[in-house]
Ligand binder design. Sequence first.
Ligand code: NAG
Ligand code: NAG
Ligand code: NAG
Ligand code: NAG
Ligand code: NAG
Ligand code: NAG
Ligand code: NAG
Ligand code: NAG
Length: 741
Amino acid sequence: MSFIITSFLGLICILNFHQFLKAEKLDVYIVHVDPSHSDDLDTFYDSFLPTITNVAADSTNSTTDRPRILHRYRHVFSGFAAKLSAADVEAMRLKKGFVSARPERVLRLLTTRSPSFLGLNQNTGLWKNSNYGKGTIIGMVDLGVEPSHPSFADGGMPPPPAKWKGECQFRAGKGACNNKLIGARFLVPEISPPTDIEGHGTHTSSTAAGNFVAGAGFFGNANGTASGIAPLAHLAVYQACENTTSCPESAIGAAIDAAIDDGVDILSMSLGGQLHPRFADDVLAVGAYRAMERGIIVSAAAGNAGGSSSVTNEAPWFMTVGASTTDRRITVTAVLGNGEQIDGETGKGFPSIEKLELVYPRGRGGNRACLGQLDPNIRGKIVVCQNGLLVDGIGSGMAVKAYGGAAVIILNTKYEGDTTYDDPNVLPAMQVGYVDGLKIIEYLDSTPNATAAMLFKGAVIGNNQAPVVAEFSSRGPSRVTPGILKPDIIGPGVNILAAWPVSVENPTNTKSRWNIISGTSMSCPHLSGVAALLKSAHPDWSPAAIKSAIMTTADQVNIKGNPIEDEQLHTADVFSIGSGHVNPTQANDPGLVYDISPDDYIPYLCGLNYTNQEVGIIVGRKVDCAKVKSIPEARLNYPAFSIVLTGPTNQFFATTRTLTNVGKPNSSYHVEIGSTAEGVFVEVKPEVLFFQKLGDKLSYNVTFTVIRSTRKVTNTTTQTQGFIAWTSADYSVRSPIAFVI
Ligand SMILES: *[C@@H]1O[C@H](CO)[C@@H](O)[C@H](O)[C@H]1NC(C)=O
Ligand SMILES: *[C@@H]1O[C@H](CO)[C@@H](O)[C@H](O)[C@H]1NC(C)=O
Ligand SMILES: *[C@@H]1O[C@H](CO)[C@@H](O)[C@H](O)[C@H]1NC(C)=O
Ligand SMILES: *[C@@H]1O[C@H](CO)[C@@H](O)[C@H](O)[C@H]1NC(C)=O
Ligand SMILES: *[C@@H]1O[C@H](CO)[C@@H](O)[C@H](O)[C@H]1NC(C)=O
Ligand SMILES: *[C@@H]1O[C@H](CO)[C@@H](O)[C@H](O)[C@H]1NC(C)=O
Ligand SMILES: *[C@@H]1O[C@H](CO)[C@@H](O)[C@H](O)[C@H]1NC(C)=O
Ligand SMILES: *[C@@H]1O[C@H](CO)[C@@H](O)[C@H](O)[C@H]1NC(C)=O
């Protein structure tokens, strides 16, 4: 999911020289300006454009010298996106009010059982209390939507709230809005307003706020009634991507700008791909700040890169969402010749296979991936294939089928661990986790005449190991802001069944249009839906309060009651789960919240040593950090702690946190401290907080001390964890602590 951003400017200059200034290459630049120099933004923005330009370079319009501005931003930041040459930018730098310009980057999308898995059931509990998210508007920055899907039908939806100012820009015949789908804007200029051909936007939109639709399923499996997390919330779609791998920053900025203006309550952004940009240099982060400032909750995908320090969308004003499994698995059981039974997953059912020969052929080059030329002897057999970078499960199945194999068992690599997918395989197939794969190999090694049967069991609900962190879910520590723990939360993102523009099984069948896909793209809209439920139940809560409620009430244990595990089936650490797995019902009644007002981020940004200009770009006005009492990152009133205390000597860090009572009057909370690391001490003062009234704010001090002499290993950097929980008769308000020491 990483991106290499290449600038060809140097090369183009040379070409231009040799071609005698024939045509200058134009790139899309993101330009920031200082609006205090003008009252009329349009005229002001235009004043930065070159008056005479080299024509012919812009292939989409070679007859004009003013095709330049793609988007004029008003809310997301002061500036515009325009097609410019390097020389144009140089000329612009001299103009009054110029702040900065850089070529845009291109991001990408981070590609139902989940509501009831999250404890949401019709006519009871949170769904009832929050009225299913009624009255809230979720803005989806994505690929658009297929409006004809029943998930987006009008049925039973009230009209949008009076504050809604959005528009419906479907081209005639391409769709229409209604009380569910209240807005649609298309911000990518090069493509005509399409429906969502690739499906990603349809899937994420229906996950956040799709209607109840009976008869959902995938190849006859996982049958049931599908619904989004906030089935009575309204949806507004902002198409900012050309396809799943191309979301230009200029369009993302325009999408956020329009969403702020239109009046959305929640922004759902299942996209990313830029690794560790400074916030001022990241349209997503700046846009999310401006949205947050207007009271909009911004839920964003953590990324699909897996591995340490891979998390994206790191700014503290994002709700950054990692991905985990649900308790539903479309299950196949392999019965090995020695009687051992091993479970795996597939997306497509098949008549169970009686005992057949089981083989593990070597491909060309001796590797065990089923790729290219295979041994013709696999005909009629069950073939074991190593999953890998070069070929995935579906590809392995295609290769085995081409050679006449009867079925395929796909073994995960160690890295992929236990994360398996409900893929629509082309022949009877199952994918098994790494540890189970080792058992199959052990059996193959034990006998020259290995056999297996494969029994298809369909969707099995109740896997009590769930939720398990997905192999691909990106992790902390954050590179950009190590003093903030990221991701914030995990939610369902593996094998998620949701709406699709076409039927995956049968393109001519327009009735059953569903697909099962995975990614933090899928977990993000789950949390957007939860935010809508909370916003509907607590319209006066700030974005930070809603995020705090979600974080401090998150689950630490799986259905079985054991600590949540990662794909390696080890206890998951705070860098993979953040504050834990979302528990919407608990989040609705958290007792206390850690609130943050937009201005609180200014001392934090100055403390990150951002320049005044950078801070100004983010917050949208002039800031002089010399006059701001800046704070270290970890002093932000965040609902989690990330404490970096490296160095050869004893270390000490102190901070104050403030809690706001949103639970019950006259409640007394006492602190509980969990710290597992040797030589690390956490002290909280006072140890008891008494809140008399609702809305009361009380502070506590916490100090973190690392005493080197009591640590056996003194000179290596260690990641470890603990927690601080405030507990009353009715509530437990828990914050994880991540230590890098
Ligand atoms: C080029 O720009 C002119 C002026 O804005 C516009 O009238 C014309 O339709 C454009 N042509 C194309 C091919 O986009
Ligand atoms: C799911 O629904 C399809 C279509 O109605 C049906 O053919 C199939 O048998 C059902 N599967 C299960 C497991 O109930
Ligand atoms: C996605 O869009 C970009 C930009 O138009 C294009 O270069 C790329 O080939 C497209 N990718 C796919 C998979 O269609
Ligand atoms: C494996 O099969 C071969 C040929 O059918 C047979 O000769 C041999 O005894 C078998 N070996 C074992 C260990 O069952
Ligand atoms: C900011 O600069 C100060 C002073 O040089 C330094 O102590 C601090 O560690 C820096 N903070 C970050 C986040 O880089
Ligand atoms: C809280 O306690 C005070 C003092 O005991 C009492 O006067 C007040 O009525 C209580 N408030 C509530 C809402 O119970
Ligand atoms: C918390 O810390 C502040 C500043 O260091 C101090 O003034 C205050 O007395 C402390 N409060 C407690 C309860 O220790
Ligand atoms: C850290 O410890 C390792 C052995 O554990 C040692 O080789 C290394 O020299 C030590 N480094 C320092 C800076 O003390």
